[in-house]
Design a protein around this ligand. Structure first.
Ligand SMILES: Cc1cc2nc3c(=O)[nH]c(=O)nc-3n(C[C@H](O)[C@H](O)[C@H](O)COP(=O)(O)OP(=O)(O)OC[C@H]3O[C@@H](n4cnc5c(N)ncnc54)[C@H](O)[C@@H]3O)c2cc1C
Length: 458
């Protein structure tokens, strides 16, 4: 058995920089990775999905340019779209390999499992270290639908290997991954059906966010089927047939299954350690990323943290600081996220409902995009901006921005909330005309009852 200073299981978004940092300090670091280096983000998540959406939204915007008086003849070279996606993913993946190699990290390409506390085996190697970090992420949750197993259905894992545009696409699941990839293929030309178990898409968001997105998807020609479950899947002659519980049958050449994620813990053999899992299989951690076993920590999605790359990366920074003796925790941070549909959703902090549930004297205002000069001028007048404040302290608690490129704009709120700013500070800021950002002081102005449009010309 070998010994090392640090073992990291999984080369996710937190594990890779952590491994490099320790290796640069001349510590012996072993990383176990059972699949592609760099984890889901680079290989099967953020990077390929956003590179794919760049093409899809270019096609979507070209189509929508019609309302500006521009008529484009759109021809989609799908193999070229996907080749570009794979080449970006390949270069990011190689970059990760190089960075780990250059830092002197020992990478073991094998599935790892514990054989005892802080002792891990993967491939031919068994290694023991005083510090072990679990960064194994999540994978697709696959529903137990009769007939599904054994068919060539898609998940985010194999979606980006597509070589040909499916003429018809069926999507089971209406979370952000289903919406991004479903809207993407629809914009590239697939006739798309989205099967939604409940009454709305994006059911973790506020209802009016779901409504805007549902309408946007329908404008793209996507068929939405609400309050239905898939009872049976059949696959014959390269065609999937879904039997829904309302009696309807849908057919498509591709079936994308995106109903949620499950933690990658089953292979870890945590029974050989004192590491406890919760009822869904996520690793239990405390405020300092400590598992229930001394010397073993967990970061990122596998520890049931908000499942985003920037969270896993920030987990690494905080864990590193904690291990260096700093007093940091995992929850004293402002977190946001974005959904890259069109329109986009940019979210940060609390919704009004969450704030009120916490007992805060919260208030919110909403400004429709149709009241924003820039949005009207550029033809992106669909969606709204919303801000939540604490009425007792005037501090900004949260924001929801639904509209064009709001994934960028929401960062203003991330910084304001991080700075514990009040809505008056935003109201006093003089923003540039005519921009989307100009609407944010106007949004704040709604708290003083000024029901004014975003610019003096309207
Ligand atoms: C389609 C899609 C789009 C996404 N888009 C975004 C986005 O736009 N923005 C965003 O912030 N987030 C996005 N995410 C989420 C993001 O990818 C994850 O939150 C992030 O990758 C989590 O990182 P992680 O460090 O927890 O682990 P991961 O990146 O999941 O890495 C875990 C690694 O551990 C390995 N592993 C697992 N078990 C073992 C084992 N026993 N032994 C060895 N190795 C093991 C896995 O192979 C994997 O490589 C997206 C996800 C998906 C699926």
């Amino acid at each position: 058995m070998e010994t090392a200073d640090v073992i990291i299981i999984g080369s996710g978004q937190g594990g890779v920089p952590l491994a490099r940092d320790f290796a640069k300090e001349r510590r012996q670091v072993v990383v176990f990775e059972r699949d592609a280096l760099g984890g889901s983000c680079i290989n099967y998540g953020c990077t390929p999905s956003k590179a794919f959406l760049a093409a899809a939204h270019a096609a979507g915007r070209a189509c929508q340019a019609r309302k500006l008086g521009i008529h484009a003849d759109i021809q989609v070279d799908f193999p070229a779209v996907m080749e570009r996606v794979r080449s970006i993913r390949g270069s990011f993946n190689q970059g990760t390999q190089k960075r780990l190699h250059d830092a002197g990290v020992k990478v073991v390409c094998a599935e790892a499992s514990f054989t005892g506390d802080r002792t891990v085996r993967g491939g031919d190697l068994t290694v023991q270290a005083p510090l072990v970090v679990i960064n194994t992420g999540t994978s697709s949750l696959i529903p137990d639908i009769p007939g599904l197993a054994g068919t060539p259905y898609l998940t985010n894992r194999n979606f980006f290997d597509l070589k040909e545009l499916p003429p018809r696409l069926l999507v089971i699941g209406a979370g952000y991954i289903g919406l991004e990839l479903g809207q993407g293929l629809a914009r590239l030309g697939s006739e798309t059906h989205l099967i939604v178990r409940g009454a709305r898409v994006l059911n973790h968001e506020e209802p009016d966010v779901s409504n805007v997105l549902a309408e946007a998807l329908q404008r793209d020609g996507i068929h939405l089927h609400f309050n239905v479950d898939t009872e049976k899947v059949t696959y014959a002659n390269n065609v999937f047939t879904l039997k829904l519980n309302n009696g309807q049958e849908l057919q498509g050449e591709a079936l994308l299954v995106v109903i949620g994620r499950k933690p990658n813990t089953s292979a870890l053999n945590v029974a050989a350690t004192g590491v406890e899992l919760d009822e869904k299989g996520f690793v239990k951690i405390d405020e300092h990323f400590r598992t229930t076993c001394k010397g073993i920590y967990a970061i990122g999605d596998v520890a049931n943290q908000p499942a985003f790359t920037h969270v896993s990366w920030e987990d690494y920074r905080r864990l590193k600081a904690i291990l260096c003796g700093e007093e940091r925790t995992r929850s004293d941070r402002v977190l946001g996220y974005a959904i890259y549909t069109e329109p986009q959703v940019g979210r940060v902090g609390m919704t009004i409902e969450e704030a009120q549930r916490k007992g805060l004297n919260a208030r919110c205002v909403t400004l429709p995009m149709a009241n924003i000069a820039r949005a009207i001028e550029w033809g992106h007048d669909f969606g709204f901006y919303r801000m939540v404040i604490d009425n007792d302290t005037d501090k900004i608690l949260g924001a929801t921005l639904v509209g064009y490129e709001t994934a960028e704009l929401v960062h203003i709120f991330l910084s304001l909330i991080e700075a514990k700013a009040t809505w008056q500070l935003l109201e006093q800021s003089v923003h540039i005309h005519p921009t989307y950002g100009e609407a944010l002081p106007s949004l704040a102005r709604l708290f003083i009852g000024e029901d004014m449009p975003s610019c003096p010309n309207m």
